[in-house]
Ligand binder design. Structure first.
Ligand SMILES: [Mg+2]
Ligand SMILES: [Zn+2]
Length: 185
């Protein structure tokens, strides 16, 4: 199965402040291991992440690359791998087609894997825009309670996404536990 992850608040700690360097990038406990466990069970892992800090001038492409190298090294040290990282470097006012809740990043991922559709894929996020993008692209949306997740859960209770049944887990590790045990691992 293809599993698409948001980055900030799903894989790494996120408190609402921009993460501008690899030194500021800290994995949520258990998340790197969860990615590796999913890989070892035969799943493919992609990331779809909004990084408007680039357009805002808070950090550059070199810093973003360094964050992603750190992430990939950590996952590889656990025996897993990240297949593809799609990011939106634009500002919300740039009217790009990739910034979630739009589906451009997911479209890049679909093309990378030469898929006709993302139906059957899962999109895991901590923000409403992740769930909306995932749903719009045909993925099954999953919410985690790390990062923005608890706020997102509260707002979803008040204002559900029409037609969307969102599954919720405490964190990425709990999501991996549930998926792998449902698959009989
Ligand atoms: Mg996030
Ligand atoms: Zn964009």
């Amino acid at each position: 199965m293809l599993i698409i992850l948001d980055r900030d608040g799903v894989i790494n700690e996120y408190d609402g402040n921009y993460i501008c360097s690899a030194d500021e990038w800290h994995p949520i406990p258990g998340s790197v291991e969860a990615v590796a466990r999913l890989c070892n069970a035969g799943h493919r892992i992609a990331i779809a992440t909004n990084q408007s800090g680039i357009a805002r001038g808070y950090f550059g492409f070199d810093e973003l690359d360094a964050m992603h190298e750190k992430l990939e090294r950590l996952v590889e040290a656990q025996g897993g791998c990240i297949d593809f990282i799609a990011y939106c470097p634009h500002h919300p006012n740039d009217q790009c087609h990739c910034r979630k809740p739009l589906t451009g990043l997911l479209e890049q991922i679909r093309q990378h894997f030469h898929l006709d559709t993302l139906k059957g894929a899962i999109m895991v996020g901590d923000s409403r825009k992740d769930l909306e993008a995932g749903h719009a692209a045909g993925c099954q949306p999953v919410l985690v309670r790390t990062g923005n997740g608890q706020d997102t859960e509260r707002h979803l209770d008040a204002r559900p996404i029409p037609g969307v049944e969102v599954t919720i887990y405490d964190n990425l590790s709990k999501f991996a536990d549930a998926l792998l045990s449902a698959e009989g691992w």
